[in-house]
Design a protein around this ligand. Structure first.
Ligand SMILES: NC(=O)c1ccc[n+]([C@@H]2O[C@H](COP(=O)([O-])OP(=O)(O)OC[C@H]3O[C@@H](n4cnc5c(N)ncnc54)[C@H](O)[C@@H]3O)[C@@H](O)[C@H]2O)c1
Ligand SMILES: Nc1ncnc2c1ncn2[C@@H]1O[C@H](COP(=O)(O)OP(=O)(O)OP(=O)(O)O)[C@@H](O)[C@H]1O
Length: 477
């Protein structure tokens, strides 16, 4: 496990609220001092809040741009501390919904541990290499089943649904009702969904959402939605793999545990059956929950015009893959690839897929890459239709940084797309830099991580399905 991932795991265990309270007290005193000197403490107060709350990677921290988001909220903030800060707008402005929002909502804390028969489950084991007497041995390995144990009760659930599906809409309404009445949970949905629910019945006015038309998280990292993770204990997805990708893309930093229900055609990342949603959710809310920690890649587009490598656009996180291809051009793509500054190869063909192991069963598989268990850390380097007989796919270790450069003499631009979306043009001289992200996506398992993976390749792909050879016939004597 690399140090970034360790940090991510550690953040899961952090009790944000207690730190918030300390910071709150500090800034309360500071605000008194500053107000006496004519300064406004609000800005610095808010900056500190963002630092703690978002736990952003350094590259995405641009706190001065939050500007007028503080308007009218600082008072609320001072009274209730960080966890009660009203980071989301009230979509259904009913008194009950307001009361829920204003209530002190603490995020449920939980603990993640490696599970192994006979082990002390609380221990965090890492690969331990021993060199005793010159014999090199590996004493412990990280890729064990991870178990999540709630330390306090989850209070807030975000339900994300595939659009334009009647069955999903019906299930969503049933699930919201059940979670409210039987589990007493606060519920968030997307602005589109709240309109659907309210069109059905005013009963759903307790459901919360955020401002409609909120800009995409990729473009505005400091927008309200980018702090959703500090509010939500659990995310439920109703749809297919695309809905899980959608859910992951909403969280640019830490991701709450995701419970994916299958209502799509394929379900590699959606192990839960919607017919049993009550039992599934009941057991998950009680815990412990087996988790697959899915690695993500962080991608930076570096423009030729940039004066240095750090002058880039915001990182884009992908759960499946980033694809660099020829787009609508009919020319061969020409991409120079480097791994930690060592030249790897030039891709001449339709393009290149840099995939996570979760994405290994998606586009990378279709392009001839191996299927890899999602918890194996690494980056799949899979060419798309290479015009060379010897270009086999690679799997690179987790610690590398891959740079894909469009040569200055390229005949045409290349196009990057992220989990099959958000295409960006890469002109000659532009590059895409990609490495493992510090924020994995924890998805709940139906059985366990291995069982779910095998089930998905058997049921989803009919992997290695062949009639068993009959008993009769010639035998070895
Ligand atoms: N030739 C191909 O196989 C091809 C081409 C383009 C995109 N894709 C994949 O589609 C993904 C986007 O998915 P979407 O649902 O938003 O778009 P979509 O609606 O176009 O569906 C793509 C299909 O890929 C499946 N899929 C997605 N993630 C998967 C995973 N991790 N393992 C196995 N199957 C998976 C989905 O279930 C769906 O059936 C991209 O990330 C890319 O991997 C595949
Ligand atoms: N909440 C959402 N808002 C907007 N778009 C979404 C949302 N959820 C899913 N999508 C998009 O809708 C498309 C289809 O979603 P999804 O993959 O879940 O359904 P499916 O095609 O029925 O299932 P499968 O992927 O298993 O074939 C995807 O492109 C996905 O990105």
């Amino acid at each position: 496990m690399n140090s970034n991932q360790e940090r991510a795991y550690a953040n899961f265990e952090m009790n944000v609220c207690s730190i918030a309270w300390t910071v709150h007290c500090f800034f309360f005193l500071l605000s008194i001092v500053m107000s006496s000197t004519g300064c406004t403490a609000e800005t610095s107060h808010r900056e500190q809040y963002n630092d703690i709350d978002c736990q952003r990677p350094e590259t995405s921290t641009n706190l001065s741009g939050t500007g007028n988001q503080t308007n009218g909220k600082s008072e609320d903030f001072l009274v209730n501390g960080i966890c009660s800060h009203q980071i989301l707008q009230d979509g259904a402005a009913s008194p009950e919904a307001k009361a829920v929002q204003n209530r002190m909502m603490r995020k449920a804390s939980f603990k993640l541990s490696w599970w192994c028969k006979g082990d002390n489950g609380d221990q965090h084991k890492h690969d331990i290499v021993s060199f005793e007497k010159g014999n090199i041995t590996t004493a412990g390995r990280t890729s064990k089943q991870i178990s999540l144990k709630w330390e306090s009760n989850p209070q807030t659930v975000l339900i994300l649904t595939k659009p334009n599906s009647v069955s999903v809409r019906i299930l969503c309404a049933q699930m919201v009702r059940w979670l409210k009445e039987h589990q007493k949970l606060n519920i968030f949905v997307e602005p589109r969904v709240i309109s659907e629910l309210l069109a059905e019945s005013s009963y759903f006015s307790f459901v919360q959402t955020w401002k409609d038309g909120e800009p995409l998280i990729f473009e505005y990292p400091d927008s309200e939605i980018s702090r959703l993770h500090s509010k939500v204990d659990l995310v439920v997805t109703l749809g297919g793999d695309g809905t899980v990708l959608w859910a992951a893309s909403m969280f640019k930093g830490p991701v709450p545990p995701i419970v994916p229900f299958s209502l799509g055609s394929l379900g590699f990342m959606t192990p839960f059956h919607s017919e049993h949603y009550r039992d599934c959710l009941d057991s998950i809310l009680r815990g412990p929950v087996s988790i697959t920690l899915r690695h993500r890649l962080q991608c930076y587009v570096i423009r030729d015009a940039a004066k240095n490598e750090y002058e880039t656009e915001e990182p884009i996180l992908v759960l499946n893959e980033v694809t660099i291809d020829r787009g609508i051009s009919s020319y061969l793509t020409n991409l120079e690839c480097y791994c930690d500054n060592s030249f790897v190869t030039t891709v001449q063909g339709d393009g290149l897929i840099l995939s996570t192991t979760s994405g290994s069963t998606a586009y990378s598989l279709a392009a001839g890459g191996s299927m890899v268990h999602p918890q194996v850390p690494g980056i799949l380097f899979t060419p798309i239709c290479p015009h060379s007989l010897s270009f086999r796919p690679l799997i690179l270790p987790e610690n590398v940084t891959v740079r894909v450069q469009v040569p200055f003499n390229s005949r045409s631009p290349a196009w990057a797309s992220f989990d099959g979306k958000d295409r960006k043009q890469l002109a000659a001289g532009d590059a895409l830099v990609c490495s493992m992200a510090p924020w994995p996506v924890p998805t709940a398992c139906s059985a366990d991580s291995m069982g779910d993976f095998l089930r998905s390749i058997h049921e989803g792909l009919h992997w290695n399905l062949r009639k068993t050879q009959s008993f009769d016939g010639p035998r070895e004597s």
